[in-house]
Write a protein that binds this ligand. Structure first.
Ligand SMILES: CSC[C@H]1O[C@@H](n2cnc3c(O)ncnc32)[C@H](O)[C@@H]1O
Ligand code: ZN
Length: 443
């Protein structure tokens, strides 16, 4: 008896299919089939064409890969893009960004800034992002409407912030939002103590207990600068990572953002606790924060993901560009040209991101059974020729303008470079209006 044909909603036939897992593999003349938002078929073109597909899409000259995962950012800060440049972290934060946030950030700001960030990220090949910003409930509504996937970290500091009168208030709201979105297919809630220098032991212990109870991730800026570590040593006699370890926060659900300062003891803690590091090379370069030793951590067994950080310190949300920067910088930092090769760099921007966010069983690679979160890059242009290794070409010679199509859970959010659910010109005008207001040109 002949086997019944596999039923598909959509069959994609790219020139190259890069599953990321298994590592280093590039399939040519293969197809990927989607049904009910999931990948249900990956196989040779001839086999693929035997499937019973409602729609077939040829993608000549294109590389199909898992959607990029931006593992750290502050989405609504797109509206502060370029507001305060060329400053070191603490001057940037204390004298410019925090005063601007106190003045401007409200629910409208977060709604508009998050929409702008989502649009920029979809256009750049990102299917999932991690956000740590004020009014996370508002951000969750924008994520829900846009169709993208996200982790939203509830911001917690020892002092009042926009949208929360105290750390206890922020935690209470976080628990409520966690409950409301527990079954959301695309949104995951995490707890986001801002940094070791803004959250004391008492609140960190409360966060540890709640996160343990809910099995929720903890997302935190850690060891961003040498100054942070030095100040902690002077005031507390302990390095921040050691303190977090003593308080019991480090574990597989812990996401340590930045980590530019890594002693041998710090590295042992990261390895033993099995937490993830989220590398933000362009923000670290721009704020002169330091260099994360990506290759050393990777070789030691630490899961290293990548993030853009906010648009006020980057100044874009271009994860493909960020990955190129990471691959180049890793070589300089390690003093070795073999550090973070193109295939591993792509893995860092996909599967490692998924693992950091605790969604590795759902996304991060092209595997049957995973959600169809995909991006098609057009490598047919002059600047990509000739193509010996399409992954090398993607990382070292391709810009985000080559992102052509993008799907999240099988739904097209970008077609031929155009957003399907968001209005680009409306978003541009909205961002310009905020810019005029914030720079005082509206009065
Ligand atoms: C807790 S909400 C986010 C909070 O963090 C600020 N922020 C943005 N980028 C950085 C960074 O690189 N290090 C530390 N803090 C950062 C943002 O402005 C919000 O106040
Ligand atoms: Zn940040």
């Amino acid at each position: 008896m002949p086997k019944p044909a596999v039923a598909l909603d959509l069959l994609l036939l790219p020139s190259w299919l890069v599953p990321v897992e298994p590592a280093g593999v590039v399939f040519q003349n293969h197809g990927l089939g989607i049904r009910d938002g999931c990948i249900v078929f990956i196989g040779p073109r001839a086999e693929a064409l035997k499937c019973d597909a409602a729609q077939i899409r040829e993608l000549p000259g294109m590389l199909l890969a898992p959607g990029l995962i931006n593992a750290h950012g502050h989405a609504a800060m797109t509206l502060f893009r370029g507001l305060a440049d060329d400053l070191p972290l603490m001057t940037w934060l204390e004298q410019h960004i925090w005063p601007a946030e106190a003045k401007w950030v409200d629910e409208d700001f977060v709604r508009d800034g998050t929409d702008l960030a989502i649009a920029e990220q979809i256009k750049g090949g990102i299917t999932c992002f991690s956000d740590m910003y004020f009014y996370p409930k508002v951000a969750s509504e924008r994520v829900h409407n846009s169709g993208i996937r996200a982790q939203l970290a509830i911001p917690i500091l020892d002092f009042p912030i926009p949208g929360a009168a105290s750390a206890d208030d922020a935690i209470r709201q976080g628990i409520e939002l966690f409950g409301d979105l527990k079954h959301h297919p695309r949104i995951k809630i995490a707890f986001g103590p801002h940094a070791p220098y803004t959250v004391g032991d008492e609140n960190l212990e409360k966060i540890r207990v709640i996160a343990e109870e809910l099995d929720a991730p903890i997302h935190m800026h850690v060891h961003e600068t040498a100054f942070e570590v030095q100040q902690a040593l002077e005031s507390k006699g302990e390095r921040p990572l050691a303190r977090l370890g003593r308080l019991g926060l480090l574990g597989p659900r812990f996401q340590a953002v930045h980590v530019t300062q890594v002693s041998d003891e710090d590295q042992a803690l990261l390895v033993e606790s099995n937490c993830s590091v989220i590398h933000c090379p362009e923000s670290n370069l721009k704020l002169a924060s330091g260099f994360c030793p990506v290759e050393r951590l990777w070789q030691a067994g630490v899961n290293v993901a990548i993030g853009t950080d906010g648009a006020a310190s980057n100044n874009d949300l271009d994860l493909l560009g960020e990955t190129r920067t990471a691959a180049l910088l890793a070589k300089a930092v390690a003093g070795s040209a073999t550090a973070l090769d193109a295939h591993r760099a792509l893995r860092m921007a996909t599967l490692n991101g998924a693992r950091a966010l605790g969604i590795e069983s759902t996304v991060g690679s092209l595997e049957v059974g995973k959600a169809a979160d995909l991006v098609a890059f057009d490598l047919s242009g002059l600047a990509q020729q000739p193509i010996y290794d399409p992954v090398s070409q993607l990382i070292y010679a391709t810009g985000r303008d080559c992102v052509k199509h993008l799907w999240v859970a099988g739904k097209p959010l970008l077609e031929d470079g155009r957003l399907t659910r968001l209005d680009e010109s409306q978003l541009t005008a909205m961002a310009q209006a905020w810019g005029r207001r914030i720079s005082g040109h509206d009065e």
